[in-house]
Design a protein around this ligand. Sequence first.
Ligand code: GDP
Ligand code: MG
Length: 334
Amino acid sequence: MMPPEEKKEKPAKKTSQFDNLISDILTRKPQELNKEKDILDEISLLRKEIKDLGKKSDLGANQSQGLAEFPAVYDELREMLSENGIQDDMAYALIKEAYLLLDGKAIVEKNEIVTLIKTEMDYLLKPFNFERQLKSKKHKVILLLGPTGVGKTTMAMKLAAHPEIYGNKKVTIISTDPYGPTEALKSFSRMSGTQIHEEKDIDQTEAMLEKYKSSDVLIVDTPGQSPFAPNQLGKMEAFIKRLKPTDIFLVLSVGSDLKDLVLLCANYLLLKPSGIVFTKFDETTQPGKVFSILDVISLPVACFGDGKRIFIDIERGNPQYMYDKIFDSKVEEA
Ligand SMILES: Nc1nc2c(ncn2[C@@H]2O[C@H](COP(=O)(O)OP(=O)(O)O)[C@@H](O)[C@H]2O)c(=O)[nH]1
Ligand SMILES: [Mg+2]
């Protein structure tokens, strides 16, 4: 077996943006750096991960050549995982683990293997604990972060409407978009009675918090800007210091390329999100990439979004949602 060739890989443009990011952090004051230590560790892991993403498919290909050691039923499942967007190396590892746990038995029901794979996936996908968050009577401030167009504003409305999230709470959505609240947001407000507040001035943060302190939940929607744009993260960090959110949800669209997603995660990690939201499952054939992201960033999953309909296209971050996407009903019934 040939080792994967390293020299073929050209340093991508994004990696240099990434390097700039890391060096920016490293030029901060030592005591700040100390606080950021955990995040930096995670980022360096992510950085390695991004580098490896290209290599992994080679590795997966090589490994799959050696996959004669796995009986057909395992191999079929491994292929199915790969077709659904699980990286080759992860698909291989999941199958291998199941194979070992089944004592290398060649004649097994597909379902037995699937059950084991699901158990392994459970380790990767931890649902965000809304029960615990909702139990506390304290006023909550939820900040939504993420790149442009991923569905943050849509998700703000979905969170406000979902009966098992904030649907039974008094919610105010804070729109910080420089273009003001969208038409969709305004009509949602009229329809649901959810209050909308428009705030463009960071200096008004404390006054705004005071004004809405009787709301159970403030969902703070942010405008889409690239985290690579100059000083974007710095500005957001300053806002976060004043807003003191209860939770920060990073919103990402699974329609994006996996490398971009990992890179975006790395940037946004600096803002210490406490949960992740994946949107636009209806626009990908590769939902399994979620696991590659969760493999490197251990954030609980708050929600999945899979369409534009506010009251319908949302699910809480339970692993069952991903099982349904990845294992089709034929496998479930087999
Ligand atoms: N297909 C699909 N479209 C979505 C989803 N979530 C949001 N959108 C659409 O994506 C576009 C951008 O959404 P928006 O919430 O404004 O994104 P933002 O820029 O992050 O606030 C809108 O047309 C939404 O209707 C989703 O899960 N699936
Ligand atoms: Mg928006």
